[in-house]
Design a protein around this ligand. Structure first.
Ligand SMILES: [Zn+2]
Length: 190
């Protein structure tokens, strides 16, 4: 197992849809082990394969939840059903989201309070659960990565303007920017 560098926004792998997994083999399970190790080293609550430069529909998560789901797990080729999203403005304190691929930043965003997710485990067996609250947010955030979408792409006008300015200031506009958890300084100060 090894910690992989985390790809930063601007790299095409983060901005295009990922491909379905077709082989449920040992190399898939090794990839998932590396994703868990990278997620933990980065103090993340979720990690999608494109974030380590692998364009496959897989994400891992670690999140204590009251839903009927494991606190740590992974899902492959997921299908997401999303509840209604409030049209109210997001609360900057309670609804600020972050992403390991937009290191050091967070911006508020409304998400659905409920989702259902269905997909496959690393052995190709079907799995599914419902998620609520912040766990539902994690599911939506990680699922978005598989469609080439980052949370900063979903911000309202006010916050989108701030995010664009921040990303421009960082120079994150092209391929190849990464940071390595456990080696580079933790961008979220963990
Ligand atoms: Zn993310």
């Amino acid at each position: 197992m090894s910690v992989r560098p985390v790809v930063i926004t601007g790299d095409p792998v983060l901005h295009r849809p990922a491909a379905k997994v077709t082989e449920f083999d040992d190399s898939l399970r090794e990839l998932i082990a590396d994703m868990h190790e990278t997620m933990d080293a980065a103090h993340g609550v979720g990690l999608a394969a494109p974030q380590i430069g692998v364009g496959l529909r897989i994400f891992t998560f670690v999140f204590d939840n009251d839903d009927d789901a494991p606190n740590r797990g992974e899902i492959i080729n997921p299908v997401l059903t999303v509840g209604k999203i409030s049209e109210q403005r997001p609360d900057p304190d309670e609804e600020a989201e972050g992403c390991l691929s937009v290191p050091g930043y967070s911006f508020p965003l409304k998400r659905a309070e409920w989702v259902r997710i269905a997909g496959f485990d690393p052995h190709g067996q079907p799995i599914a659960w419902e998620a609520t609250g912040w766990f539902a947010r994690v599911m939506q955030h990680e699922y978005d990565h598989l469609d080439g979408k980052l949370y900063v792409d979903r911000l309202d006008e006010k916050w989108s303007r701030k995010a664009r300015k921040a990303l421009k200031g960082e120079g994150w506009r092209e391929a190849g920017n990464t940071w390595t958890p456990g080696i580079d300084e933790d961008p979220f100060g963990h």
